[in-house]
Structure formats: structure tokens, C-alpha cells
Write a protein that binds this ligand. Structure first.
Ligand code: SF4
Length: 383
């Protein structure tokens, strides 16, 4: 009898997947302490850490937020975890507005939204065993069962889920007896003890050896696929976002500047800042397109990237992030942008939609861009 062919698997488009957590126009400003220098200022200065950010986390999807240090990425993770109160904007969990800073409402929120921190040693108490950490998490989230046999089973399941097997080998160890990768797996198991819908992973591999980073990313991907989780992946490494994330958002100086599916954003970056980020990441393909290299024709993306990098290297201000206390007017990237135009200094660029779901907050994509606009800005003038 002929075998029945397997039905083809249907890939659900990104935008059709169920939305779990959504941030609308989220902002966070931190007040600066009064000092002799700012005593005379009438208004107390604030750090504009995050301004008007929109993020949608969907089931079965990894969303990466990429940017340099100090761009506000980690503040976003803490705002979504409700560890910081937002200055403005709204959070919606499964379509319902949430504001839960403490108490029972906060615990209920944490059951749905869990966070994984960058430092797996700092996030585990060195005086307690793995059994203690996981038991505590199971009890807080009421998943420890009624008997010690139930608890034992739940602990073994958690360790098995993060591939720390056999569980007996790890369960009574202290954090210092484990490697960095094993500690991060315990931190992930602790987050999974709540059976959450959303994982907020704040640079989860940046403190680990390069050799074990891939294992942790593969574990998170496996959890996403098996449990249909929504994952926020915060990173400064755009190459890992391409490998791991379905959607990538690029952040600069507290604002989102580009977004789209990861392949498009990393292969055809539209925003000059994304082009610089990609230009600074090591890529063997780009080496192959340098003059005199043996193979490969230059791609449009590689052209754009090299042009942006070369132009920016000529600029004295390249590499200097702006002050977030007095952010530049107009486009916040204009003091460093090799393509800055006159209007970039005064007008904040809105989000312009590009083909394939990509978007960029950059005046280069304005419909009314004309030759006068495209005149390069005088970099000698102050912003
Ligand atoms: Fe550069 Fe202007 Fe685009 Fe900002 S809006 S990235 S300054 S071209």
C-alpha cells in the first residue's frame, strides 16, 4: 500500500501570530540628582532612557532589540517586566491594559512574564543549592504540588527541560560548582517554573564563553517552539539576532529606528545606524567583497554599509553616543550620521514603511525627499 504523504507544514506569517504582550508609546525618564552644576536649572534634568517605544511580542516568536550600550535596551526589558514604573505609554497583556507594581497583581503578572538576566552568577544566590532556587520558584508560583514526590517530579522536569541531565547530578549543587552555561540554564529553569507565556532575555549570552552561547540560544529556541513562548531577546550583537530572532528592532539613543524580519533588517539595512552596526560586526562575506578579494560581487547592503562606515570614520564625532539628558533635536542620530540632511537637525523622522514589512525612522525614505533635502549637513555647526 503506498504511504500517505505528510501534510506540508504551514508557516504562520509573523503578523498573524497571537499577540501576548504589547508596549504602546512606552517611555521612561530618570530624574537626575541635584548637584551644584544643575542647581540653577529651573526644571530638574531627566535622562530620556526610552522614548515612545512600540513593541509587540507574539506567541512562538523571538523579537530581538539590538543597539549599543546605553541605548535603552535593558530599560525596555525592565519596563516590560514592570520592575520600573513607566513615565508614559501603556502595557497590554493579552489585550488588557496592565499596571501591577506590587502585591498580588504583580505576582500574577510575573506568572505570565518572566525575566532572564545577563549575569547568571549574580542572579543566583551563592549560599543556596539549585534545589532551593527551583523549589522556591515553584512554591511562589504554586506549582510545587501537594507532596514531596510531586515536588521532586517537578524539579526533575524543570532540569530536564533545560537539558541538565541526569537531574541528580545538579540538583544539590551550589551555583559556584556549575559552569557559566549551566548556571544560565538553571536561571532559565527558574523562569520556566512559573510556566510563563513571555520570556524577557536581557543579553542572556553576553557573559558566557563564545563556545557555549550557541547552546543557550538553541535551548531558548527549543523552548519557544515546544511551548509556543514569546521571547524578547536583548542584545548588542546583531549577528546573533539574525541567527536567533524572527523579528529585529534596532534601537538608538532611547528610540526605535528600524524594524522588520531579521533576515531583511540584517541583509538589507535601511537606516544608516543599522548599516553602521552591521559594518562593525565581523562578517566573512564582506571581506570577500573588498577590492582584490578573490570572489563574490558586492551586494547593495555591503555597498551601503561600507559607504556608511567610511563616511562615519571620517567624522570626528563617530563613535560618540549622544547625551540622553539633552538629546539632539530632530533625528537623534544626526550628529553621527554620514547621510544627515538639514531637516534631520530639526525634525524628528516618523516611521516610514518599506516593502516586505520593514520600516525605518529616517528622512531618506520620505516621499517628499528632494535634492535640496539631500544636501549633506555642515558638520562644523553645532546641533
Ligand atoms: Fe541620518 Fe537624517 Fe536618516 Fe537621521 S533622518 S538617520 S540623520 S539621514
Amino acid at each position: 500500500m503506498p504511504e500517505t504523504p505528510e501534510p506540508p507544514t504551514v508557516e504562520v506569517p509573523l503578523t498573524d501570530r497571537e499577540v501576548v504582550l504589547e508596549a504602546r508609546d512606552l517611555s521612561k525618564h530618570f530624574a537626575v540628582r541635584r548637584t551644584l552644576r544643575n542647581l540653577a536649572d529651573r526644571d530638574r534634568p531627566v535622562v530620556h532612557a526610552v522614548d515612545a517605544v512600540n513593541i509587540t511580542l507574539r506567541r512562538g516568536t523571538v523579537t530581538a532589540v539590538v543597539g549599543e550600550s546605553g541605548s535603552g535596551k535593558s530599560t525596555i526589558a525592565r519596563l516590560l517586566a514592570q520592575l520600573y514604573p513607566a513615565t508614559g505609554g501603556q502595557l497590554l497583556l493579552s489585550g488588557k491594559p496592565v499596571r501591577a507594581a506590587r502585591g498580588r497583581a504583580f505576582r500574577a503578572y510575573c506568572r505570565q512574564v518572566q525575566m532572564i538576566f545577563q549575569d547568571p552568577f549574580g542572579s543566583l544566590n551563592p549560599t543556596h543549592t539549585i534545589r532551593y532556587h527551583l523549589t522556591r520558584a515553584l512554591r511562589i508560583h504554586k506549582r510545587a504540588g501537594k507532596t514531596s514526590a510531586d515536588l521532586d517530579k517537578a524539579l526533575k522536569e524543570l532540569l530536564g527541560r533545560v537539558h541538565l541531565t541526569p537531574p541528580e547530578r545538579y540538583i544539590d549543587s551550589f551555583p559556584h560548582e556549575l559552569s557559566g552555561g549551566q548556571r544560565q540554564r538553571v536561571a532559565i529553569a527558574r523562569a520556566m517554573a512559573a510556566d510563563p507565556q513571555v520570556l524577557l532575555a536581557d543579553e542572556p549570552v553576553s557573559m558566557l564563553d563564545v563556545s557555549i552561547r550557541l547552546g543557550i540560544l538553541n535551548l531558548l529556541r527549543d523552548l519557544k517552539e515546544r511551548l509556543n513562548l514569546a521571547i524578547l531577546y536583548i542584545t548588542h550583537d546583531i549577528a546573533s539576532a539574525r541567527y536567533f530572532a524572527d523579528e529585529t528592532l534596532v534601537m538608538y539613543a532611547g528610540r526605535m529606528v528600524e524594524g522588520g524580519d531579521s533576515e531583511t533588517v540584517t541583509q538589507r539595512p535601511a537606516h544608516p545606524y543599522t548599516q553602521l552596526l552591521i559594518g562593525s560586526a565581523p562578517d566573512p562575506d564582506r571581506i570577500a567583497v573588498t577590492p582584490g578579494a578573490p570572489a563574490g560581487a558586492p551586494t547593495a547592503a555591503a555597498d551601503a554599509v561600507s559607504e556608511a562606515v567610511v563616511a562615519s570614520e571620517d567624522d570626528d564625532k563617530a563613535g560618540e553616543p549622544p547625551s540622553l539628558i539633552r538629546p539632539p533635536a530632530g533625528c537623534r542620530f544626526h550628529p553621527r550620521c554620514p547621510k544627515a540632511m538639514e531637516r534631520c537637525r530639526t525634525e524628528l523622522p516618523p516611521r516610514f514603511d518599506l516593502p516586505g514589512g520593514q520600516w525605518a525612522a529616517c528622512w531618506l525614505y520620505a516621499d517628499d525627499l528632494d535634492k535640496a533635502d539631500a544636501r549633506p549637513v555642515d558638520k562644523g555647526a553645532t546641533a
